[in-house]
Ligand binder design. Structure first.
Ligand code: ARG
Length: 419
């Protein structure tokens, strides 16, 4: 009956589907770093038809959203997140969470990120293929969340940062991405691609949050890294390397990775290599505040707290050096190490504090990230023909970057999620 009524109704209605007209005080053109006044953005389906529309063209069926006092900009990108799992579980406690429950927690995490204005994320490592399931669930409309580019299990050496070292030998627990030697890593890349990865993540060095790894020490050899990269690139996937230590960072760049994550102990030669190779750095300079603050109360093991104490300040100093040297930068926060996923945009003000202009910070979190993902033609800025991922803040974010911590409007692919 309802279908019949709808059909009858639609015989009388115009064929064109309703459009959305958004007016605001201004919008940020992230590419030029300029704001322009009084945009009228027309959204047709999932795409932006124009930024400079005219309200007079709105038909009675169209929706008009008036965002007076607000500035529009493209949705934010976080290029390093771990959506799957209840992130209040620390250390060994995580091993007890089932993949199914972890995925349900991931749904809540994804929703929180979208509501904070993050419309695209890159998931870099989940112990199962949960991030790929979440990506597909969001795409299918079962779940509300950002667009996800997912890695599935991160590759790593036995006992390395991307393995699971919390249990004794007799429990026989290892992470799904463990692979050693060139042919094993090649096979693992192929397996991840088979099960749907968009991006390959591997651990080049030790890390902060793992058990029994030294942050600065290289884990994969150059030979292994080269195999991972050539295998992934040949199949059209980008590669992200977790690397804190100096030699691991440089070998990852030499191997041809698309982005280096953390990059804490990068030296001058590493910075030069990154510039020459066009390698992106994704430096999570906000998470230190959580780990050494609330993280201690939340129960992060002492071993990990100790490691963070050695890394945090050096990473921020090197962030400044890399920015000054003109390295390509994206925003990656490691959301999931801190449990409140709506915190992601907080890193923007830290990126300004440690050396970026507000424009550079916004570029790192939008157009640069879209370019790293090879999606610069469709995502990353407010432009006619691009996907309508639009957020708004009260005031001008180029004058006060911390306004991004209070995003008041979120549209993803033409659908409003927060207003
Ligand atoms: N996932 C990273 C690791 O365990 C987090 C590093 C956090 N610390 C930092 N200063 N960025 O190594």
């Amino acid at each position: 009956m309802r279908i019949l009524l709808t059909l009858l109704f639609c015989l009388t209605c115009p064929l064109a589907l309703a459009k959305t007209f958004i007016t605001a005080d201004a919008y940020v053109d992230v590419e030029s770093g300029k704001t322009f006044e009084n945009p009228v953005v027309i959204v047709d389906g999932v795409l932006i038809e124009t930024i400079r529309g005219n309200l007079r063209d709105a038909s009675p069926d169209d929706e008009v959203i008036n965002l007076a006092g607000k500035t529009l900009m493209p949705g934010l990108f976080d290029m390093h997140v771990h959506l799957i799992g209840n992130k209040m579980l620390k250390g060994a406690a995580r091993v007890q969470e089932s993949d199914q429950v972890a995925l349900l927690a991931g749904m809540a995490n994804a929703r929180a990120m979208l509501m904070a204005g993050v419309t695209t994320v890159r998931s870099l490592g989940s112990s199962s293929y949960g991030d790929i399931a979440l990506r597909d669930g969001i795409k299918a409309g079962y779940v509300i969340g950002p667009r996800v580019f997912a890695s599935g299990p991160a590759l790593g050496i036995t006992g390395g940062h991307c393995d699971n070292n919390w249990m004794p030998r007799e429990r026989d627990i290892r992470n799904a991405g463990v692979a050693n030697g060139p042919w094993e890593v090649a096979a693992k890349v192929r397996e991840n691609i088979k099960f749907g990865s968009d991006v390959i993540k591997f651990c080049a060095t030790g890390g902060v949050m793992s058990k029994g790894t030294k942050v600065g020490v290289q884990q994969y050899t150059l030979e292994e890294m080269k195999m991972i990269v050539s295998e992934a690139h040949r199949r059209g996937l980008i590669v992200a390397a977790h690397a804190h230590g100096t030699s691991g960072i440089k070998d990852a760049i030499r191997a041809g990775v698309d982005s280096v994550e953390h990059a804490s102990y990068i030296d001058d030669e590493g910075i030069k290599l990154a510039v020459e190779n066009g390698t992106y750095l994704s430096m999570d300079i906000y998470v230190t505040e959580y780990i050494l603050g609330q993280g201690i109360a939340d129960g992060i093991p002492e071993e990990n707290i100790e490691k963070e104490r050695t890394v945090g300040n050096i990473q921020r100093e090197n962030f400044r050096k890399a920015v000054n040297a003109g390295v390509r930068m994206v925003m990656g926060t490691d959301a999931g190490v801190y449990p409140d996923f709506s915190d992601s945009p907080t890193q923007l003000s830290r990126m300004v504090e440690f050396g970026m202009t507000p424009t550079q910070a916004l570029q790192a979190a939008t157009i640069n990230a879209a370019t790293l993902l090879n999606k610069q033609e469709t995502l990353g800025s407010l432009k006619a023909g691009k996907v309508a991922d639009i957020i708004a803040v009260d005031g001008n974010p180029l004058e006060d970057i911390s306004l991004l911590e209070h995003v008041t409007f979120v549209m993803k692919e033409g659908t409003v999620y927060k207003q």
